[in-house]
Design a protein around this ligand. Sequence first.
Ligand code: MN3
Length: 199
Amino acid sequence: MSFTLPELPYAYDALGPYMSKETLEFHHDKHHQAYVTNGNNLLKGTEFEGKPLEDVVRGSFGKNAPLFNNAGQHYNHIHFWKWMKPNGGGKIPSELEKALIDGFGSVDKAKADLAAAGAGQFGSGWAWLAIVNGKVVATKTPNGENPLVHGGAPILGVDVWEHSYYIDYRNRRPDYLKAFVDNLVNWEYVAELYAAATK
Ligand code: MN3
């Protein structure tokens, strides 16, 4: 199975004013497409050809950096598009809400810790809510890494590469992160991944 670019699950202009059409056009059509194209070229002739994406991500980590970088970013972006929705950031499904309160003390603290992880990631990377040892925790990773290669199950990730926010927010990464947690997150999709990872 080769990598393919998924369609955005909403219109390019559907996430305004928090994420613009221009950002989504560049981010999805150019950046994600490049990870797909380069990943497919790097997959050819390796032991990972035909394997499920998660196996490629886990198996190439620490062994084949060019392939890992592109496969990791492909995985991260497939989910990133689904981690957002128009009019997002609203009510959190109750099982997930309980888990966030259990892990962080409150939903507001969970959101604040995710945003702080993103603001504190030096250079390109991602901030995450992940399940580690049965608890939801906030983490950050550099470049294309994700919790899959650090013994966790990612349930929410926010891209803090500059290509994700520079058109709309310039250097104000914390403002982008606040808009993400308050107005963009698709908590139903996060709850779906939480349920799948904890069943
Ligand atoms: Mn990106």
